[in-house]
Design a protein around this ligand. Sequence first.
Ligand SMILES: Cc1cc2nc3c(=O)[nH]c(=O)nc-3n(C[C@H](O)[C@H](O)[C@H](O)COP(=O)(O)OP(=O)(O)OC[C@H]3O[C@@H](n4cnc5c(N)ncnc54)[C@H](O)[C@@H]3O)c2cc1C
Length: 498
Amino acid sequence: MEVVWFKRDLRIRDHAPLAGAAAAGPVLALFLHEPEIVLAPDFSAAHGAFIRECLDSLHAALQDRGAALVEMTGSAPDLLEQIWQQQPFATLWSHQETGNWASYQRDKLVATWCSKRGVRWRQTPQNGVIRGQEARAKRDWLAELDTYASSEPVKAPRNIVPSGLHPMLVASVAPLQAAGHDKPGRVRGGRAEAIRLLTEFIRTKIIRYPHAISSPISAEHGCSRLSPFLAHGVITMREIVLAMNRRVDSPELAVDRYQRERLINALRFFADRLRWRAGYFQNMESMPRLEFDNIHPGMNGLREAEFNPSHFACWRDGETGYPMVDAAMKMLQHTGWINMRMRGMVLSFALNELWLHWREPALFLAREFVDYEPAIHYNQMQIHAGTAGASSMLAYNPVKQAQELDPAGVFVRRWLPALRAVPDAYLVAPWSMPLTVQAACGVLIGTDYPAPLVDHLDAGRRARARVADAHIAAGIRLRAVRGGAGQKMAGASQDALF
Ligand SMILES: Cc1cc2nc3c(=O)[nH]c(=O)nc-3n(C[C@H](O)[C@H](O)[C@H](O)COP(=O)(O)OP(=O)(O)OC[C@H]3O[C@@H](n4cnc5c(N)ncnc54)[C@H](O)[C@@H]3O)c2cc1C
């Protein structure tokens, strides 16, 4: 019997462990609901619900090929031992995981269990990560990433011989109650939805993508929305790259050079983001404590002692008095997604204007983001906090963001109904409304909508100065970047998508 352990790779295509196991013999396809993962402070009911839909879709895909997905609840080494007692097996197949600390610790225990039982654990690399790569040059890694990303996805096995082990003998799915509630406006999980989003994005939305990503209004429908599917491995980078290359090669573009050039530029812009993603995975692989510790130890002690719980609660609940920040938090509560600019802006407000240490906001946002991906998430936290050392500090002015990205107040009025009647001229800074205007529009600041928690100009300036001083003291050269600037990964190919 070949045991295939599905983790954050809920698919059958481009799944080398499944393909390898199916070729080697009868397969037990396994998913584990682990208390160490599900009850951790970065997991939420919305993740659980999204994963549930993906598991149902995976189960159906396996059934089509003759197998089934066996789900068990408990700690991984205990459950593997339970299976082994039923039927000893020689090989455990899975992907390598570059996840959170809990998954890293769990993998170490599983490795110990495997060596105790003489089980060979075959782990296939994924997400462009090269294990043990730390000492190698970034340029080499990028070249290898591009080779990996443009290689053909592994075909799904046509038939899978199920293991003789009856699922009922081992299946023990007792539900684990994750924190929070599901989100009414979240994207639905499953492979069919991932393929639908990818197809629609590459066929039609991609052309406008570079201009759509910043404003929360255009980004909602202009971004790919593939992040939760990538995070749970329902679809892979290689599959996306294949779809991108096919689009470039489509016959209708052969005759229209202008359109082809526009498309290629948009695809390159998108490809850069997939490269950033892979880069953050590689960072996490070499710094597994990224979710707890400042990347640069010289930044230790900068914010820790000044955590203000009531400021945190106002930020979390979308009650800071800054409409753009509050509207983004309300959208997040409802949908489990906001675009990158809004993520940066709400985080920057927490870390700078409210001077909160990054750890609590990071955990809160991890539970809120249905696409929570530890590698991207914690790298972003530290870049925004200015604790990443050589990298930049990102800071956003919430009033300017509102003026530039939501000048007519469409986004703010949608997510903050209390402000609907506020005249356009005051919507970005409602506290500046004269009392007569407040009375006329029926919105009293401090009663119907909060007064600003802090003076953002003062607080933002002070925060930037404190970070800059800490950088100087730690010998870090700060490249101050105002919000909105892009990230560049040096060495990314200029003449090919991948
Ligand atoms: C503070 C903060 C926290 C974030 N946390 C997460 C997270 O937990 N999980 C997550 O998937 N993304 C995270 N991001 C990155 C980015 O905001 C999301 O990937 C993106 O908004 C998801 O929407 P999309 O799939 O429509 O993106 P698209 O714009 O369509 O991009 C396609 C894919 O590229 C990758 N990508 C896009 N932007 C980035 C980026 N800046 N860095 C790395 N990869 C990127 C994602 O996998 C994304 O799905 C975070 C960004 C910030 C500023």
